[in-house]
Write a protein that binds this ligand. Sequence first.
Ligand code: ATP
Ligand code: MG
Length: 409
Amino acid sequence: MSARIEAPRGTLDALPAASGARDLVLRTTAEVAGVYGYGAIVTPTFESTELFRRTAGLGSDVVSKEMYTFEDRGNRSLTLRPEGTAGVARAYVEHGLHKTPQPVKAWYAGPMFRYAAPQKGRYREFWQVGFEAMGSADAGLDVEVIRLFVEIVDRLGLTGVRLELNSIGDRQCRPAYVEQLQGFLADHRSELDDDARAKAATSPLRVFDTKSPRVAELLAAAPTIGGSLCADCAAHFAEVRAVLDALGVVYEVKPTLVRGLDYYTRTVWEFVNDDLDASQSTVCAGGRYDYLIEEIGGQPTPGVGWAAGVERLALSLGDLEAQPEIDVFVAVDDPVRRTEALVALAALRSLGLRAETDYAGRSLKGQLTQAQRVGAQTTVIVRADGVTVRRRGADDIVVETIQEAVEKL
Ligand code: ATP
Ligand code: MG
């Protein structure tokens, strides 16, 4: 036997028998996308490295430490996407979607790649579902995308998920605030960790993104952006909150909440599931990104959106039955009639019934055990001289042909 090859560190195999929770997340997201009028968008899993350099900001964790960057055979620098928004915005610009009715509303589901230290709920390849609404600065749209995730959470039946909300201002008010913050960070330099000191130098707002409880405690005394919003940003944030209140969406304003990526403006939020470990408890994060599209060469275009971690939502759901019980098991006692049985199997499935048969060469007894194991409501037993329809808890019915048996179902 050759040496075994294992999956790369930090990756995940989602096996068919354990796919219930994951499937439900993806299906529910697609349903809610339909109700809210978001169309599916598929963009490449790799993009020009430049796209992420420009959008995420050089000081970000993602760009500085976590990107899977490689050169292809034509010497192009490409990067496996660490997130979905940049690619969607690029597609918006590339295909001139500003000429179509605004806002453009799109959603996606797919794998993202980040070279980070793996742990439960944190992988190097993971899936996100995400929603983007581009071409409107209307506070009602911020609320729409937030409410959309609440709808997904409700349909999934998750109860422990709460919303944290903040506004991080815009070009008018952020620079003055950042100066204030830098002053505070300089005064407390010795109390910061290396990570916070590095961020203080490149992108001070991101120090709030710290994973260190000690630094977080220190930052509780730092000036917050909320106190420095300009009139426009303050009015926008007030409207977001008023509409959320009107919709009965419960949230907590968290003045230290920021996003790890540079292009966010104004409204930012996270949905946290406290039932998960703290390091993996953020199930969804989003915000407004009014400067992103011009950053990549489009006309100034506001946008808002979020991404949710599929594995973290699946973890939140716990183990779910991967496959529902089946309706009909077709057992074959007479090998001569096997092809006939397979034709009947296909016909049953065409009728929308969940039907199965044996592909493991089991004896009739083995097949009947298997039928029970998969929870078959009905077993059709194809014998040399007839067909038996055996329903759970009912008497056997014996008919002559498989066709007749199908009609009995
Ligand atoms: P975190 O602070 O947990 O690292 P983040 O700020 O990097 O998250 P985003 O880039 O906003 O997260 O991604 C949105 C969501 O995608 C996260 O809230 C999380 O649910 C999920 N996610 C992010 N990184 C990972 C990962 N490495 N493995 C699994 N899920 C992830
Ligand atoms: Mg991260």
